[in-house]
Design a binder for this molecule. Structure first.
Ligand code: ZN
Length: 147
C-alpha cells in the first residue's frame, strides 16, 4: 500500500489571464534579479516569485542607486497594475479614498467579498508599495488627517 503525501486542494483554480500575469511577473523579477546577480556576482535566487521578491527587496537600496532604478519602478508598477486589472476586471468594489499621504497618487479602497481569497486593502495608484490592509486603516486615516 502506498503512503504518499495526501494531495491538498485548497488553492482556487487560476484563470488563464491570471496565469499569464503571473508568468509576466516572474519574467520581470527574473530579469531584475539577473541584473543584481550579474553586477554583484551573487548566486541567483530560485525562479520562484516569492524568492525573487525577497531577493530584490534585500537589494532594494542598491537597486535604488542603480542607473536603471527608474526603469525598475516603471516595470514593476506596470506589472502591478496589470495584476490588479486581472484580479478586478470590472473594477468592482473600488472606492476612491483621497490623496496618498506618501506621494502625489490617489488612494483607492479595494473592497473584497468575504469569500475572496484576498483581503480588502487601500492601494495607491502611483506606487505599488503604498498599500494599507484593513487592519491599518485607522493608522492611514491619522496619516491623511495629519497632512
Ligand atoms: Zn502613494
Amino acid at each position: 500500500m502506498r503512503n504518499g503525501p495526501r494531495k491538498i486542494t485548497t488553492a482556487a483554480p487560476i484563470s488563464p489571464a491570471a496565469a499569464e500575469v503571473r508568468t509576466a511577473i516572474r519574467t520581470v523579477l527574473v530579469s531584475w534579479a539577473g541584473l543584481v546577480t550579474d553586477e554583484r556576482r551573487l548566486e541567483p535566487p530560485p525562479r520562484d516569485i516569492r524568492a525573487l521578491s525577497r531577493f530584490l527587496c534585500r537589494h532594494a537600496e542598491w537597486l535604488a542607486a542603480h542607473p536603471a532604478a527608474g526603469e525598475i519602478v516603471d516595470e514593476i508598477g506596470e506589472i502591478t497594475r496589470a495584476a490588479r486589472k486581472t484580479a478586478y476586471p470590472n473594477g468592482g468594489g473600488q472606492v476612491p479614498v483621497g490623496d496618498c499621504p506618501n506621494c502625489e497618487g490617489d488612494l483607492v479602497a479595494l473592497i473584497r467579498r468575504r469569500d475572496d481569497p484576498l483581503p480588502s486593502e487601500i492601494v495607491c495608484t502611483d506606487f505599488p508599495d503604498h498599500t494599507w490592509p484593513a487592519t491599518r486603516w485607522a493608522t492611514l486615516a491619522r496619516a491623511i488627517q495629519g497632512r
